[in-house]
Design a binder for this molecule. Sequence first.
Ligand SMILES: Cc1cc2nc3c(=O)[nH]c(=O)nc-3n(C[C@H](O)[C@H](O)[C@H](O)COP(=O)(O)OP(=O)(O)OC[C@H]3O[C@@H](n4cnc5c(N)ncnc54)[C@H](O)[C@@H]3O)c2cc1C
Length: 346
Amino acid sequence: MARAKVNQNKNLETYRDIWIIVEQREGKIHPVTTELIGEGRRLADLSGKKLYAVAAGYGIEEELEKLLRYEIDQILYIRHPLLETFSTDGYVKAIAGLIEKLKPEIVLSGATSIGRDITPRIAARVGTGLTADCTKLDIDETDGKLLMTRPAFGGNLMATIVCPNNRPQMSTVRPGVMERARVREHAYGKLVEVNPDLCADDIRVRFRETIRREKKAVNLTEAKVIVSGGRGVKGEEGFRLIRSLADALRGEVGASRAAVEAGFIDSGHQVGQTGTTVRPELYVACGISGAIQHLAGMEESKCIVAINKDPNAPIFKACDYGIVGDLNEVIPALIEEIKSREADGV
Ligand SMILES: Cc1cc2nc3c(=O)[nH]c(=O)nc-3n(C[C@H](O)[C@H](O)[C@H](O)COP(=O)(O)OP(=O)(O)OC[C@H]3O[C@@H](n4cnc5c(N)ncnc54)[C@H](O)[C@@H]3O)c2cc1C
């Protein structure tokens, strides 16, 4: 495995152009790609540079041709049978190799699971830094450097980071934040095929099969009732209880970002600034503290009920009804009450 190197003798002037890394699985392009193109185009226009999209894969020509309708100057297609299925080793080697050869000045990729997996490794290989999870990018008018902004210190302030001494300037960009690129009627740039220096021994993991997890479609925006769980739910098991209350109220299950990031539930359930914005008739927040980013996505709900064991939790300032107590006791009691009222025909 290549070791990270810090290359302080780079001739920064030789680095040109803006690249975005295309994310695809089995040829299906991830939506973050068009967001990256939109942002990449804006930065390219601001700085007078060209915009390239870089895609690693095999047999995905048709999908890439479709991408040409967005405002890209060129797509660099790193085509190889060993890149047909995703592997960290293969993608990192192929993309890092091309960066070393063609020297882009800026490289952007999605802060998705694949982007978060490969981009830091690529940065280490080519000897540069990486600003992860950016929510805003810009070009410094005075020196043309990339200004990479991301939340810091738990979201209490925004930090703008620059990469002064190394190239490329690299950043992963949070999905759903940047505006998507415009689609044109006709293809804009061209697709250029590149052959990577890759052999089977470069890839330490052997792909055997894909096992897909069945996911029930979540429709939070249409739901009349949402029962959401937060970090206080404490795990997947706790979310069964949240689901039982949602079922009793014929509603959907929502979640805070903390619950999603802890792996209690899928990200499709996230409510808030970087999740879905909802305004149901009834929103029940269970074990959610009421951070501003969560409130931003649900405060327009008609009726908000909060269940929290901390009487000082900020959610109590935003709710219509508050229950101070342990959700593991309160929720079963609520479900029992709902069922008994239903049995009584109330
Ligand atoms: C740029 C940015 C974007 C963000 N976007 C989002 C977003 O879209 N959505 C979002 O939700 N967050 C978002 N966040 C994160 C947000 O700041 C908070 O960190 C997050 O909402 C906290 O989630 P939580 O309330 O579940 O966890 P915590 O803040 O840890 O709160 C857990 C709560 O559970 C209570 N509790 C614990 N045990 C029990 C129990 N047994 N019974 C009852 N109560 C219990 C505790 O008293 C506590 O109040 C974002 C942050 C940033 C910086």
